[in-house]
Design a protein around this ligand. Structure first.
Ligand SMILES: NCCC[C@H](NC(=O)CCC(=O)O)C(=O)O
Length: 442
């Protein structure tokens, strides 16, 4: 069956701020308590979506979550009116208020793992919502993510959205950021590579400094839920030494598309063996391994050259969508320019300014969820979320009317911010035909 890859990007929420919540993600730690600009963040994201839609890619948008998360703060014992809950939390536990207010759902590469219908025994597109168990502010995303995905991929004949795995460390799951799918045409059965950072039953090879967020047990459960064929499913462990250097998700050090795997030479445990295995399973497999003497792991973490989108062009070549930070670094940019001139599959570089997201450790790849679709599946999803000239105008106008251009941790206690958020999201559910998807609407 003919199919194509669509990208769904997370729309940055109104409470986007820098709280230093993600130990092991160096940008998050470094930029803690810097003021943020939610309006700019949302607009930077929309520009990327619009540019890809203009280039002919199918591009969708995934809405933000309701933040601050008042039901969560009440669950933690803050009580009284909404205003009192916010005031108590701000006074007694500002980090909890930050966690309950994080706009982290924007990084939808961590929303779910997705398997196309060509790979699943029941012929449906499968999504397993990520439990994001390693970080409190992210673990709270799962139920709302499931509701939003079901409001977009709403035809159960074509789509199956599984709830997150059990919320325990054994099943730590970070979604598509640790998952790659290889193959020839998108509609052919492919090979899925699940990358994990540790095994629940400890194998001894674990990072020493920073946490490994994804477990092998979680990856195996997702593969079962998605009804994948065992012989077309591969598991690989991330190199613990690079996790300790800030590679908290595999998509900080590797990206794939069809037969091409663009990765750093230090990305995986037993990398030569992994690449040889993929070579035998994937006809036409092509690994572009970046040597550490050209790009160090530290430079990869600082510039996010691997946190890029590797997209198919109509002429058979590929395009790499990069963050501005990789152009600003002369060594990395030289490497990328040489790569394009080398005559390999990557023929073009396109750069976006995503600074607001980058300051929390989220690049172009973090902001998007890839979903391979057939035409029938595209017809079956909620069309109101697909980017085009009209929706771009509508969403920019919506952002202009509702978003602040400066936010600090102190602002999170402002009850007006809560009201602004609910008002804006209520309108968004109508713009995107989502139904009453948020808790405050029920
Ligand atoms: N795929 C990119 C995810 C980035 C995300 N950052 C954050 O949650 C930082 C939030 C803060 O510190 O305010 C994370 O680490 O999971």
């Amino acid at each position: 069956m003919k199919a194509f890859e669509a990208n769904f990007d997370g729309l940055v929420g109104l409470t986007h701020h820098y709280a230093g919540l993600s130990f092991g993600n160096e940008a998050s730690t470094r930029n803690q308590l810097q003021p943020s600009n939610p309006r700019l963040a949302a607009k930077q994201g929309l520009l990327k979506m619009k540019a890809l839609a203009d280039m002919g890619y199918v591009q969708g948008v995934i809405p933000p979550h309701e933040r601050p998360n008042l039901p969560l703060l009440r669950q933690l014992g803050f009580s009284g009116s909404d205003e009192q809950v916010l005031a108590q939390a701000a006074k007694q536990a500002p980090q909890l208020l930050s966690a309950a207010s994080s706009a982290s759902a924007m990084w939808v590469a961590n929303a779910a793992t997705v398997s196309p219908s060509a790979d699943s025994a029941d012929g449906r597109v499968h999504f397993t919502v990520a439990n994001l168990n390693n970080k409190f502010h992210r673990a709270i995303e799962a139920p709302e993510t499931a509701d939003l995905l079901r409001a977009i991929f709403r035809d159960p004949q074509h789509f199956s959205v599984h709830d997150a795995l059990p919320q325990v460390a054994l099943f730590g799951d970070e979604g598509a950021a640790n998952h790659n799918r290889f193959g020839a045409d998108y509609g052919d059965a492919g090979v899925q590579l699940f990358v994990y950072g540790r095994e629940g039953k400890s194998s001894g090879t674990e990072p020493a400094r920073y946490p490994a967020r994804q477990t092998r047990e979680a990856s195996e459960a997702v593969a079962r839920l998605h009804q994948l064929h065992q012989e077309r499913t591969v598991y690989a462990q991330q190199n613990p030494a690079v996790i300790d250097q800030g590679v908290f998700h595999n998509d900080v050090i590797a990206v794939s598309n069809q037969q091409v795997f663009f990765c750093h030479e230090d990305a995986f445990v037993n990398q030569p063996q992994l690449l040889a295995d993929l070579q035998t399973r994937i006809p036409g497999f092509c690994a572009i391994e970046v040597p550490r003497n050209k790009v160090s792991v530290a430079d990869a973490v600082n510039t996010y050259l691997f946190n890029s989108q590797l997209l198919q062009r109509t002429d058979g070549g590929m395009l790499l969508v990069l963050p501005e930070e990789s152009r600003q670094h002369s060594g990395v940019w030289r490497y990328l320019s040489e790569l394009v001139e080398s005559g390999g599959p990557i023929r073009e570089l396109k750069v976006f300014d995503l600074r607001e997201s980058m300051y929390n450790g989220g690049g172009p790849a973090c902001l998007r969820l890839r979903v391979v679709l057939t035409e029938a599946e595209r017809q079956a999803l909620n069309p109101a979320v697909l980017m085009n000239d009209r929706l771009f105008g509508v969403l920019n106008d919506w952002v202009d009317r509702h978003y602040r251009d400066r936010l600090t941790q102190a602002d999170l206690a402002d009850p007006q911010l809560l009201r602004e958020g609910r008002y804006a999201l209520d309108e968004l559910t109508q713009l995107l035909d989502l139904g009453s998807v948020y808790a405050f609407q029920r």
